[in-house]
Design a protein around this ligand. Structure first.
Ligand code: SAM
Length: 404
């Protein structure tokens, strides 16, 4: 007898619905929907690294490019849910007026084709939150118009949710579009239209402390150079007369005495604020500049600092920090912001280290035993592209409860 293949994340033997996982990435939707009793019957993802990770965890090789007819024809005739965290693309000029025609040549058009052919009872789409404002709102309107014409109900207002609503200490707003087929929903349209009211009842009262995510590790320590930069800005912050700063600190403009007329107004305002700050705190800043060799050793972008941590923290080392192209950004230590590529990853001030892969997995609500590539860079990219499993489970849990 052939031996049954062991996989880390099997679906339930008593599954209650079938779904397909498009633009699957590393399977965030799959974990969530399997947890809700679903069985995945088709997957498409063209990125080779993501395919490997997917196979490693679910034991199946995803099909590739979903725009190809030979991929589409592998989709089984019947399934209940179509899941897709599809990439956002602009539609043709003319906005939402022409509907289906506008989407031609985009991945959303491929989704529409699949939906029209298979007519699943549910769709579960996800995208970046600013899909709703993309092209002055026309992209989102076109999407909804198409979903309506294809025969689906969806939330009346954009359902933008971040995991911190469920207590997970990360800010990562995404727009979710759960849809139910009109014929199937019958008189229950209002339930999906007003799903946010139901979800709000499940929102957590507070946000878990970031310590609930942090592991005890000596991995991912920041470099001596980075430590030097942070110590330098820490000394700066402790000595100035502002606690809430409210504008970016640009060291190169402290002593600026040229004309501000050559700058855009917003920039001129910030420069003036830097000049004023310097003038008021001249003694402290001159001493600080001298001690730190005028910051000559510092990468240019690190000569800028953005304090976004309010007034309650004495030191940079109490906060969450990110080295960004716009400067060294300091934020409150209550939640992380969206996961990014490894070298921009957030630094936990008190531990002087970056987030680890396990911690990032936790922030995306992926199971502890989920296997990621050994390359931290690839693993972080895959997690960063993915969806928060808990948020998906909460949303689709309500849909199934109300419509199954
Ligand atoms: C935003 S990510 C979705 C991630 C996924 N929800 C997860 O949990 O990891 C979009 C994915 O679509 C994939 N993709 C883009 N175009 C594709 C295509 N034509 N065929 C198949 N996959 C595609 C990308 O490689 C990427 O992994």
């Amino acid at each position: 007898m052939a031996q049954k293949k062991q996989v880390s994340f099997p679906h339930s033997e008593n599954y209650t619905f079938k779904f397909i996982d498009l633009f699957a990435g590393i399977g965030g939707f799959r974990i969530a929907l399997q947890n809700l009793g679903g069985k995945c019957v088709f997957t498409s993802e063209w990125d080779l690294n993501a395919q490997k990770t997917y196979k490693n965890n679910f034991g199946e090789q995803p099909f590739g490019d979903i725009t190809l007819p030979e991929t589409k024809k592998e989709i089984p005739e019947n399934f209940d849910v179509l899941c897709a965290g599809f990439p956002c693309q602009a539609f043709s000029k003319g906005g939402h007026r022409k509907g289906f025609e506008d989407t031609r040549g985009t991945l959303f058009f491929d989704l529409c084709e699949i939906i029209e052919k298979h007519k699943p009872n549910y769709l579960f789409l996800e995208n970046v939150a600013n899909l709703t404002s993309h092209d002055s709102g026309n992209t989102y309107k076109t999407i909804l118009k198409n979903l309506d014409e294809l025969g689906y109900y969806f939330p009346s207002n954009p359902l933008i949710i971040s995991p911190d609503k469920f207590g997970i200490p990360i800010l990562r707003p995404r727009v979710y579009i759960p849809c139910v087929r009109k014929e199937f929903a019958k008189d229950n349209a209002s339930k999906i239209k007003n799903i946010e009211t139901e979800l709000e009842k499940q929102y957590a009262e507070g946000i878990d402390s970031i310590d609930s995510v942090l592991e005890n590790t000596s991995k991912n320590k920041i470099s001596p150079y980075e430590l030097k930069v942070l110590k330098m800005w820490d000394e700066f912050y402790r000595g100035i007369d502002l606690k809430v700063i409210g504008f970016p600190i640009w060291m190169e403009f402290f002593k600026f005495d040229g004309s501000l007329d050559n700058f855009p107004l917003w920039k001129a305002k910030f420069i003036q604020k830097n000049i004023d700050l310097y003038t008021r705190n001249k003694k402290h800043i001159d001493k600080w500049l001298k001690k730190h060799d005028n910051l000559d050793w510092c990468v240019k972008t690190h000569r800028k600092m953005e304090w976004q941590a309010g007034k309650d923290y004495e030191s940079i080392f109490d906060c969450i920090i990110q080295f960004r192209p716009s400067g060294v950004r300091v934020k409150r230590p209550n939640k992380f912001s969206t996961l990014v590529a490894m070298n921009h990853q957030q630094i936990i001030g008190k531990y002087k280290r970056r987030l680890t892969i396990n911690e990032s997995k936790h922030l995306q609500s992926f199971p502890k035993n989920y296997k990621l590539p050994t390359s931290n860079t690839i693993a972080m990219k895959q997690l960063g592209n993915s969806v928060n499993v808990t948020v998906l489970e909460k949303i689709f849990g309500v849909v199934l409860r109300d419509f199954a």
